[in-house]
Design a binder for this molecule. Structure first.
Ligand code: TRP
Length: 352
């Protein structure tokens, strides 16, 4: 059976390099495989669970994220990019799934735990936020998804989805299986699964202010690269340097290819040679940073230009998103009908 692929992002800001290596790159590769269906959902309703008092932010970023996808290489002829809130069936499904999950199970979800801490929600947890993994299970199951390309922090969500599926099957025993069992799909390159921030913090994110955005201009990219955290003890060029925790090398792990060495740094054949020299001493941070800057400029220039092009016809993109959402809604509706049938909620049919 061919894969049904679904993934998504919350529209709370422009996409950055963490999104690019953690998921966008994978999606672009996947769209060239022989799949059955491929959906990318802009999770505006999920974004509201911690931005309910900032609707404008979520609303404005829907179009930004859509344009980021397309400019980063998502092919709209192959992939259905749609808006979560425009598929109301997802929320009806969520209501039924909520009965199958306990509060304590949600509180044990590692991603939720972490996010509650970050948002200062620990003492007073909004119900919508705590239960978004259940709504995410609906997102995934509604389309009978088999493959969910995501970053590492979404693994607990896919796990939770499989539990909801099991529980649904155990409780309602559908005669024919309704859903597929979804698998997460991670980038094999470890560093890509959780790209650290420019400041050396564990994760690149908008809220930490340590991100390079796909649409940053040339000058901003260079400034950010030059400010990246390296090894604080590497003071003189001749000092031996540390690679571990050094953000510039972390990014080179994620982005540098041998062809970049040929083009921008021909004194070294590959990253291992560069690292060895840095460890030994005699290699300055500036040289390594300028190399990284060249690589990132080469990657980001075409993305930025494509986005400027798309911005001239924003209405076309809105139209595409709405049409795609209608198509997605029909698929979700069919699954919802099957669910209700299995649950014995087909009262209206009984009347006929
Ligand atoms: N939780 C994801 C994020 O934080 C967004 C998301 C919502 C998602 N529904 C999904 C991802 C379904 C994959 C599949 O960005």
């Amino acid at each position: 059976m061919k894969e049904i692929i679904l993934t998504g992002d919350r529209p709370t800001g422009n996409l950055h390099l963490g999104h690019y290596v953690g998921s966008v790159q994978n999606r672009v590769a996947l769209q060239n495989t022989d799949f059955d269906k491929f959906y990318i959902m802009i999770a505006d309703t999920q974004a509201l669970t911690d931005n309910f008092n900032n609707v404008d932010k979520v609303k404005n970023n829907i179009i930004q994220v859509a344009m980021d996808y397309i400019s980063a290489g998502i092919d709209i002829n192959k992939v259905n990019i749609f808006i979560q809130s425009q598929v109301p069936e997802l929320f009806e499904m969520t209501s039924y799934f909520l009965n199958l999950v306990t509060v304590s199970r949600l509180q044990r979800n590692p991603t939720i735990k972490e996010e509650l801490k970050q948002r200062d929600f620990v003492k007073s947890i909004p119900v919508g936020f705590l239960t978004y993994p259940v709504s995410q299970a609906a997102d995934i199951l509604a389309f009978k998804t088999t493959l969910v390309p995501v970053g590492e922090d979404q693994l607990p969500m896919v796990e939770q989805t499989r539990e909801v599926l099991q529980s649904f099957n155990n409780t309602y025993k559908p005669q024919n299986p309704i859903f597929n069992t979804p698998k997460a799909f991670l980038n094999e390159n470890k560093i890509c699964q959780r790209l650290p921030g420019l400041d050396g913090k564990i994760k690149m994110s908008k809220s930490a202010g340590n991100a390079i955005y796909l649409c940053d201009d040339e000058k901003t990219i260079k400034e950010k690269v030059m400010s990246a955290y390296t090894d604080p003890d590497h003071i003189r060029v001749s000092d031996p340097g540390k690679i571990e925790g050094n953000i510039v090398f972390a990014y080179l792990d994620a982005f540098a290819k041998e062809e970049h060495f040929k083009k921008y740094l021909p004194d070294y054949r590959n990253l291992d040679e560069l690292k060895a020299h840095y460890r030994k001493g005699g290699l300055g941070d500036v040289k390594v940073k300028l190399f990284l800057n060249n690589i990132l400029q080469e990657l980001l220039a075409p993305i930025r230009e494509k986005k400027l092009e798309l911005e001239k016809n924003v209405n076309d993109i809105y139209n595409l998103l709405f049409e795609n959402s209608l198509k997605a809604s029909l698929v979700a509706k069919a699954t919802l009908e099957e669910m209700k049938e299995a649950m014995g909620l087909n009262y209206l049919k009984l009347l006929k």
